[in-house]
Design a protein around this ligand. Structure first.
Ligand code: TYD
Length: 206
């Protein structure tokens, strides 16, 4: 049985390390799992990612940015996600559509509805089966990132705190809007507790 699970949250919410833990745990249990991420996930989509996240591209127009995310998503979906789901696999994806809605639509101010409409071309209306939102106060998240030298700080990490607060508020709005697809996870808890909660949310849908 296929399942499309996306991991969403602000910077430093720990979603990426929890994703790796869950990937291993599900593989150990014998499930066919594909771990992937956005922006990126395939060679073409990764090239688009490099353009979006390049620290030199400070002049990038907000709609250019939103459309590049959507283009990267399209390639990723067609080349990797949909084939894996058609083969009955579980796809664990680090960020997806909701990141565009929260970052570009909400925080960047393009409008959640408009960014959703632009993404409908990219996704043909396909939504994840389950979205785990790792909720954390942005100050704690950014402190975690600066304490973790292995993780490179990218252009978007450097945005003002106000921006990250807006990202969080936008994710909360999406949870209200799409309640049945979302599970909210308190990401201020220990990594083990957070991973356990996320694991239970996925298992209950399998
Ligand atoms: P990444 O290094 O993958 O960060 P993280 O570990 O936080 O996922 O960088 C991805 C950045 O891109 C992150 O700041 C969120 C942002 N983003 C958007 O603004 N819109 C999107 O649609 C996606 C997928 C990501």
């Amino acid at each position: 049985m296929s399942l499309f699970v996306t991991f969403e949250g602000g910077e430093g919410s720990g979603k990426s390390s929890v994703l790796k833990i869950l990937n291993q745990r599900l593989i150990d249990e014998g499930y066919p799992v594909v771990l992937t991420r956005e922006p990126g996930g395939t060679p073409i989509a990764e090239q688009i990612r490099n353009v979006i996240l390049d620290k030199a591209n400070t002049d990038m127009d907000p709609w250019t940015e939103a459309l590049l995310y959507a283009a990267s998503r399209r390639q990723h979906l067609v080349e990797k996600i949909i084939p894996a789901l058609n083969e009955g696999k579980i796809v664990l994806c680090d960020r997806f559509l909701d990141s565009s809605l929260a970052y570009q639509g909400g925080a960047r101010g393009l409008g959640i509805d408009k960014v959703l409409a632009a993404n409908m071309f990219a996704t043909e209306g396909r939504f994840p089966d389950l979205t785990l939102f790792f909720d954390l106060d942005p100050e704690t998240g950014l402190d975690r990132i600066s304490a973790n030298s292995a993780r490179e700080v990218n252009r978007l990490d450097l945005e003002k705190m106000e921006f990250h607060q807006k990202v969080r508020a936008s994710f909360k709005q999406l949870v209200e809007q799409y309640g049945d697809r979302f599970v909210v996870i308190d990401a201020s808890k220990s990594k083990e507790e957070v991973a356990e909660e996320a694991y239970r949310a996925i298992k209950s849908r399998l």
